[in-house]
Ligand binder design. Structure first.
Ligand code: 6R9
Length: 634
């Protein structure tokens, strides 16, 4: 990957141009740096109209050879994974590349012994403990397709996902810790499996020592099986296009989509983007706070960092336990150099006193990252000022489960950052903005629907079992292009800013209003902690705006009428009077997905007084706020 490492803005532009002019040569050069059993016959074959893409055609490899084995000679004793437990009193574990090799080989042997073969689907429903990383990599080693389901999902959500991909096995644990809660994971699995005939066996890791029931002939404790297998295991020879994993996206409507990622392109892309965006160096300690149940964890806790021989932190807990200083305590303790988290976490922490931050020594930090949703200006500055001490570039990384890896982002130390902007496409990524008539919008200072017009190696290849849906969802709105579902603006120098999902645009009296900038304006009011704006039908204006607003504790005591007036004043000043709120409701929380995305679909229904069919709210992080919001709706 050394060839196209970016170390300055000038170099970025050079590398980027090359990647567009000769994408095949560009990616083949990068791919040279990996271990292949056999190299490709062709770099790329594609027909985007048909949603068909192949990278590194006929190449053979195993991704775990690249993430583990090849590091052993030079980095065998280097820490691959630092496991930081939920409870700060419990010692952290430093798992070296040698340890990881042994643990993955053993796990791979257990899976084989249990009858798992190449191509079989294995559902992994585990908390953020080392067994999760090991299970994922063990599947990859033997060519089984892992389907990790976030261990905060309900039994219903779990069984839907197991059924959809007809998994043969579930790997779970007796329980999981999350802050001061203990979650009965095995109980949830038992309930889910009442409805999953494809499952033949369940392996159970021990974490909480919770009393659980084991079903005879189906369930087994993992540890005794591991104790009885060899610590070497031959890696399966995989085709570059063999499936590596399925990951379900939270999709706001309809059935969850099982995005399928394949092996070769995904490996090359996640490794290259990790190295460049975060500028990882050999002695660095990198920490991404996501859960491995999300794409961010797949690509940037495990595969990308490990392919680079990095030290990656795996954190079991939550930012608020045992107190709001936990993130910073962990940064200090492990001397974290790159820290990658989500705006929702930043906003929650920014609500607390900065004493939680200043209490710890954060001087090890070099790069800060953001992912998952647009980062509002206020959160960006808080992150920059208080965490980065104005010395760490913030890489605002825009990408999706479907894209497999980061697409738009500053490259640390090269790309000048700009608050709320994901800035420029990474090398190899060709974004375009499209108008409603399906024309590409040229030039700068424009807004449109964000599409990608050329394939990149980590793109999802299909939706498991439903290629037609894949094609319809992503390749039909703008034929021949991948449609992201997001809107974006391109500023005067060509920087991109994601304005939110395209369906978050509300047309009020004929004006297109993105809800994100309005929320930004509102969030600048000192009494406001967070807000969500949706449209609802209005007799005269077509649509009007409904604001759901969470106040900071200090704001609670203030006169609500004055606040309403002031907030509208802020909107007027920042966006214009057209964007004023028709209705405003103060709420204690917003319905969010487990990955921290506001479920606007639900808010839209409430705002439209159509609460008859809210869909499945059980997978929300906080389903209880929904009834509170409905009760007090205006
Ligand atoms: C990686 C991940 C994808 C959607 C995406 C967009 C939003 C993610 C963002 C961002 C603005 C960023 N999103 N990163 N919006 N700025 N830096 O989050 O994948 O869970 O599939 O979500 O998240 O709307 O389309 P996923």
């Amino acid at each position: 990957m050394g060839v196209y490492e970016v170390k300055s803005l000038e170099q970025y532009f050079k590398v980027y141009k090359r990647s567009v002019r000769e994408p095949r040569k560009f990616w083949s050069k990068i791919a040279e740096d990996f271990v292949w059993y056999k190299k490709w016959d062709q770099i790329l074959e594609y027909r985007l109209e048909e949603a068909e893409v192949k990278w590194f055609v006929n190449a053979k490899l195993n991704i775990t050879k690249n993430c583990i084995d090849r590091h052993l000679a030079k980095r065998g004793d280097k820490t691959a994974i630092i496991f930081e437990p939920n409870n700060p009193e419990e010692p952290a574990q430093h798992i070296t590349y040698n340890d990881l090799y042994e643990r993955v080989c053993k796990m791979a042997n257990v899976l084989r012994e249990q009858g798992i073969e190449k191509g079989d689907r294995v559902c992994i429903y585990l908390p953020m403990i080392p067994e999760l990383a090991v299970a994922v990599l063990a599947c990859a080693r033997i060519g089984a397709i892992h389907s990790v389901v976030f261990a905060g999902f309900s039994s219903k959500a779990l069984s839907t996902r197991i059924q959809d991909s007809e998994c043969k096995m579930v790997i779970t644990s007796d329980g999981g810790y999350r802050g001061n809660k203990t979650i009965d994971l095995k109980g949830i699995v038992d309930e889910a499996l009442e409805d999953c005939p494809s499952i033949q066996s369940v392996l159970v890791a021990k974490r909480t020592n919770t009393e659980i029931s084991m079903k005879e002939g189906r369930d087994q404790w993992l540890q005794p099986l591991l104790d009885n297998v060899s610590n070497v295991s031959v890696a399966e020879v995989m085709d570059a296009e063999d499936p590596l994993f399925i990951l379900y996206t939270s999709g706001s409507t309809g059935r969850p989509k099982g995005m399928l990622h394949t092996t070769g392109g995904y490996m090359v892309y996640t490794a290259y983007t990790f190295k460049n965006v975060f500028q990882y160096e050999e002695k660095d300690v990198y920490w991404c706070t996501a859960d491995i149940g999300w794409i961010t964890g797949h690509s940037y806790i495990l595969y990308g960092p490990l392919a680079n021989g990095a030290t990656t932190v795996m954190f079991e807990g939550v930012p608020s336990y045992p107190d709001y200083g936990r993130f910073w305590e962990v940064v200090d303790k492990h001397k974290v150099t790159q820290f990658y988290t989500a705006p929702t976490a930043i906003r929650a922490l920014a609500k607390q006193s900065t004493d939680w931050v200043t209490k710890y020594d954060l001087s090890s930090l070099k790069v800060l990252g953001s992912v998952g949703e647009p980062i509002n200006e206020e959160a960006w500055h808080w992150y920059n000022d208080h965490v980065g001490n104005k010395k760490c570039p913030i890489v605002d990384t825009w990408w999706q489960t479907e894209t497999g890896g980061i697409m738009l982002s500053p490259i640390a130390f090269s790309t000048p950052t700009k608050p709320t902007y994901a800035t420029l496409p990474l090398p190899g990524v060709q974004p375009v903005l499209m108008d409603d008539k399906r024309n590409e919008i040229e030039g700068n200072q424009v807004v449109g629907s964000l599409c990608i017009k050329f394939p990149w190696p980590a793109m999802a290849r299909t939706i498991w079992g439903d290629h037609r849906r894949y094609k319809e969802t992503y390749f039909s709105a703008f034929p021949g292009k991948y449609f992201t579902g997001d809107g974006a603006l391109r500023d005067e120098v060509g920087y991109y800013r994601i304005t939110g999902r395209v369906d978050d645009v509300v047309i009020v009296s004929g004006h297109n209003l993105g809800t994100a900038p309005i929320e930004d304006a509102i969030n600048e009011h000192p009494a406001v902690a967070e807000s969500a704006i949706v449209g609802f039908p209005h007799e005269i204006k077509g649509n009007a705006l409904y604001g759901f607003i969470i106040l900071k504790e200090t704001g609670e005591a203030r006169n609500r009428e004055n606040l309403t007036r002031e907030i509208n004043q802020y909107i007027s000043e920042h966006i214009g009077p057209i964007a004023k709120l028709e209705k405003l409701q103060f709420v204690s929380g917003l319905p969010k997905t487990r990955s921290g995305k506001i479920m606007r679909r639900i808010l839209r229904k409430i705002a439209s007084k159509d609460t008859s069919n809210l869909g499945d709210t059980s997978t929300l992080l906080n389903p209880e706020v929904v009834s509170e919001i409905i009760e007090n709706a205006v």
